[in-house]
Design a protein around this ligand. Structure first.
Ligand code: GDP
Ligand code: MG
Length: 601
């Protein structure tokens, strides 16, 4: 296929603004899929995506479209809408030359619209702005036009107005794609350079690729730039939108390759070339960096083997997740997993439950801190002077820490202007720094905040929704590390530390977090023979304390003096309870008490 007849593009939009619906329409108009009334959302392959209505993995679909007597090959590269997946978005965008920026006429510009537009600009994409849902009664077409012009500097007359649902004006999008978006710049005569931009498992590993230079055919011997492993190409093809064999993939094309790979071999962002013909790497893609960490354990410990298998299988399909085994006296054996963001973590645990039927306990998510340590011997012992630590059990001794750093994010919040004050209070509480604020229209304001990631991983989004009665939208991207006073908050029961409850947090938040934990423990631990003191401490400094008084002897006596069946019942219940208890400093702490602290919500 001639390069000048190819267009690689993506659709970027805030969630629910109609990306999947528009993709369906474009595929129908080009005859790629049959027309149908229902919303098929062809691109959203995974069950969880359909359920949640969001696209997790980048998918691709190729279509043919005739324009002015020439047949064009249009490759739609679907990108995840959420910036949790910004590395995946950036990767997908790097295979595109243009983007359709879709905005819901009744909603206007939202946080993700802005975040995605910025990513598209970073990748030097030509942007086509499109207003969707013009059929809605409460469509505010002129206002949305104004917003787009003001925020993105796109002239009014260049903005298309469509209804993806009814197909209105969708054909003109295809015309514009050909007219306005540039074809890929690439060379078929050059040596093969192939960008690996995703992979998934479907009876064998399928690698989604963009061919940047040269040609790839079945039978070719190829080599990975990153791992230097070599493979034989078994099949090449395009997504139309189901996999369709093609005898070759040429520069400028997007499609799939099947090799004799194991899925764990393919590294997203890698460059592949023909064996023996070395080329320069295509990108300097960082391997996606996990940002949010949490412990995952099976509810039923005896189910561990199956649990382990499920985690392994699911992680094969999810290149962003980092897996480490872990164990913990309260929950037994499990895993400590690293995720790209909160949404990623939620989707992962939902898939673990719905697709693998696993019942799980997940701990409160935390972030990875950086820790600069001093002392030759210490550095030698830890292997580096800068440690990356997400697990409180691995936190080094305070006296060898020179400086800690915490991960920051740049957040974009769009909110009704009348909610500005409580919103600012929330962000300040979370140690946010306001960078910019301006009105998008007469009713809504856009805020740009710099926030510590640790402050948003827990319930920030829920709070934001509550404050704005559901109208606020939020999105964020990484913004490197900043120096911060991070401490290890220890939880003690009668002076004995419960290691699995220790928390890494900012010193300014330690007291509030400590209070929350000790009061949850108090609620969940029964009176016992001894007085129980629960404390939250940083170093030897007590920040919060709760006391459980011992029960009086006669209360116990009365209890056991009742009729026989009652006594039997009680004994039985105690028996059942026994294995779920953990002895700490001679105190029986029910597993439930520890779960209540560690569990989300
Ligand atoms: P995505 O999250 O961006 O992929 O959005 P979807 O394509 O899943 O659309 C979200 C919702 O908006 C669905 O219920 C669609 O049926 C609806 N929708 C999409 N386009 C239009 C449109 O042009 N008009 C109307 N009225 N609804 C639309
Ligand atoms: Mg969608």
């Amino acid at each position: 296929y001639e390069t000048r007849l190819i267009r690689n593009f993506c659709i970027i939009a805030h969630i629910d603004h109609g990306k999947s619906t528009l993709a369906d329409r474009l595929l129908e108009i080009t005859g790629t899929i049959p027309k149908s009334k229902e919303n098929r959302q062809v691109l959203d392959k995974l069950e969880v995506e359909r359920e949640r209505g969001i696209t997790v993995k980048a998918a691709a679909a190729s279509m043919f479209y005739e324009y002015k007597n020439e047949k064009y090959l249009l490759n739609l590269i679907d990108t995840p809408g959420h910036v949790d997946f910004s590395t995946e978005v950036a990767r997908s965008l790097s295979a595109c030359q243009g983007a359709i920026l879709l905005v819901d006429a009744s909603q206007g510009i939202q946080a993700q619209t802005v975040a995605n537009f910025l990513l598209a600009c970073d990748s030097f994409l030509e942007v086509l702005a499109v207003i969707n849902k013009i059929d809605l009664k409460d469509a505010k077409i002129n206002k949305t036009l104004e917003q787009i012009t003001k925020e993105f500097g796109i002239p009014n007359e260049n903005i298309l107005k469509i209804s993806a649902k009814h197909g209105t004006n969708c054909t003109s999008i295809l015309d514009q794609i050909i007219e306005k978006l540039p074809p890929p710049v690439c060379d078929r005569q050059q040596n093969l350079r192939l960008l690996v931009f995703d992979s998934y498992y479907e009876s064998c590993p399928i690698v989604i690729v963009a061919v940047m230079d040269g040609v790839i055919r079945p039978g070719d011997k190829i080599q990975s730039k990153l791992t230097t492993k070599t493979y034989t190409v078994l099949e090449t093809g395009i997504f139309a939108p189901e996999r369709m064999r093609a005898e070759a993939l040429y520069a400028g094309q997007v499609g799939y390759v099947i090799c004799d790979t194991k899925i764990s071999d393919t590294v997203v962002g890698d460059t592949w070339h023909h064996l023996g013909i070395d080329v320069k790497s295509l990108t300097s893609f960082k391997i996606p960096r996990p940002m949010v960490f949490a412990g995952f354990y099976p509810i039923d410990e005896s189910n561990y083997n199956q649990f382990e298998q499920s985690i392994e299988r699911l992680s094969l399909n999810d290149t962003g997740v980092r897996v480490q085994t872990d164990s913990n006296p309260a929950f037994g054996k499990g895993f400590r997993l690293g995720f790209l963001g909160l949404l990623h973590m939620e989707i992962y645990s939902q898939r673990l439950q719905s697709e693998f039927g696993q019942q799980i306990i997940t701990t409160i998510p935390g972030v990875a801190y950086k820790c600069k340590i001093i002392g030759k011997d210490n550095i030698k012992q830890h292997g580096s002077d800068l440690l990356l630590i997400s697990d409180s059990m691995k936190w080094p001794d305070t006296n060898i820490i020179q400086q800690c750093y915490e991960p920051m994010v740049l957040g974009q919040i769009v909110s009704p202007t009348i909610c500005s004050l409580p919103l600012k209070i929330l962000c300040t509480e979370r140690r946010g720094v306001l960078i910019e604020e301006y009105s998008i229209d007469e009713k809504r304001t856009l805020f740009k905040y710099k926030l510590p990631l640790a402050e948003i991983v827990y319930d920030f989004f829920d709070q934001l929704k509550q404050i704005t009665s559901g109208y606020g939208t939020f999105d964020y991207e990484d913004s490197d590390y900043e120096a911060a006073n991070i401490v290890k908050l220890k939880i003690l029961i009668n002076q004995e530390s419960i290691d699995e409850l220790a928390v890494l947090c900012h010193s300014a938040r330690a007291k509030a977090i400590g209070q929350d934990i000790v009061s949850k423990l108090r609620e969940n631990i029964d009176r016992q023979q001894y007085k129980i003191t629960i404390q939250a401490c940083v170093h030897s400094h007590v920040l919060a304390r709760e006391i459980i008084q011992p029960y009086k002897k006669d209360v116990g006596a009365k209890l056991y003096g009742g009729d026989k069946t009652r006594l039997m019942k009680l004994l039985k219940r105690q028996e059942e309870g026994k294995e779920r208890m953990r002895q700490i400093a001679n105190i029986e702490v029910p597993r439930q008490a520890i779960i209540s602290v560690l569990k989300r919500n």
